[in-house]
Design a protein around this ligand. Structure first.
Ligand SMILES: C[S@@+](CC[C@H](N)C(=O)[O-])C[C@H]1O[C@@H](n2cnc3c(N)ncnc32)[C@H](O)[C@@H]1O
Length: 267
């Protein structure tokens, strides 16, 4: 079997055996994750790894975990949150209802950050804010609904919450566990949603779509941006990840509020 066919064999095995659609994602991303798993299992060829996937349920699960890129954090890229703070102050001063969508929201830390910021900042009228968090991963959403986060060797939740003036108002702490309190929780609802397949929601005044675009194959980026665009209100605000951008053929539809922090307004 040639290298190429063997790699495609692995992708086919993924499509057939785990709830993950490799076709959405760019090949270099898939290749990096698969190669990392192959190294862990001392597997030298794609053909051998395909066999392993077919026979070993634990490896299927391990690969699925490696492929669903669910790294996230409270107030990820804090400098962006300062721009968003201003956006939310203005919107809640001018509108009775402000709808925000965090898509994808992974384990919920992004939409909860929005809710906590709204409750923490005296100039944001939090009663006017409604937040939807959505993700393709049911498991991530289960964690999000539970709303409990743990400090580990690699994740310091107290440090992530540092942008808040008084984090204890929004999380109940028990040792290394942090439970989101009801005031921010009340502002957020969660829903399963595939950004490529499931189409628009909303309309929303603010949409955050951060740290997914970089993994998406060019052929599917258009569908994803169609979803985002039709989910935004007329002068709605779009936030993408710090290493992401609006595709060049659509950039005339957005004007930067803060280009470096990747905050744009629908033109
Ligand atoms: C790196 S996380 C980003 C979370 C958060 N926005 C952030 O920046 O911290 C990427 C998330 O995208 C989700 N995802 C992957 N493909 C998706 C799709 N087609 N539709 C919706 N969510 C998707 C994954 O399940 C994962 O939770």
């Amino acid at each position: 079997m040639t290298g190429r066919t063997a790699f495609e064999g692995v992708l086919r095995q993924i499509t057939d055996s785990v709830p993950f659609e490799p076709g959405y994602y760019n090949e270099s991303y898939l290749d990096r994750r698969i190669t990392a798993r192959m190294r862990r299992r001392n597997t030298d060829s794609h053909a051998e790894y395909e066999r392993l996937l077919r026979e070993d349920e634990t490896e299927r699960q391990a690969l699925m975990d490696a492929l669903t890129i669910n790294v996230t954090g409270f107030f990820r890229n804090p400098e962006m949150w300062e721009v968003l703070r201003e956006v939310l102050r203005k919107l809640t001063a001018n509108q009775r209802r402000v709808r925000v969508w965090s898509a994808p929201c992974a384990d919920g830390r992004e939409p909860y950050s929005l809710a906590m910021l709204a409750c923490d900042d005296a100039e944001i009228e939090e009663r006017r804010i409604e937040i939807l968090g959505s993700d393709i991963s049911e498991e991530a959403l289960e964690n999000a609904r539970e709303g409990v986060y743990h400090t580990t060797r690699t994740t310091d939740i107290a440090e992530e919450l540092a942008p808040l003036s008084d984090p204890d108002r929004f999380v109940e702490r028990e040792g290394d566990d942090f439970r989101v309190r009801s005031a921010p929780r009340r502002l957020v609802t969660f829903e399963t949603h595939d950004l490529i397949r499931d189409g628009a929601r909303g309309p929303f005044d603010v949409v955050l779509c951060r740290n997914l675009l970089i993994y998406i194959d060019v052929d599917h980026k258009g569908a994803l941006f169609d979803t985002l665009e039709t989910s935004l209100t007329d002068r709605g605000v779009l936030v993408v990840g710090m290493t992401e951008s609006v595709p060049p053929d659509r950039s005339d539809r957005y004007e930067p509020i803060d280009k470096r922090r990747r905050v744009f307004r629908r033109a």
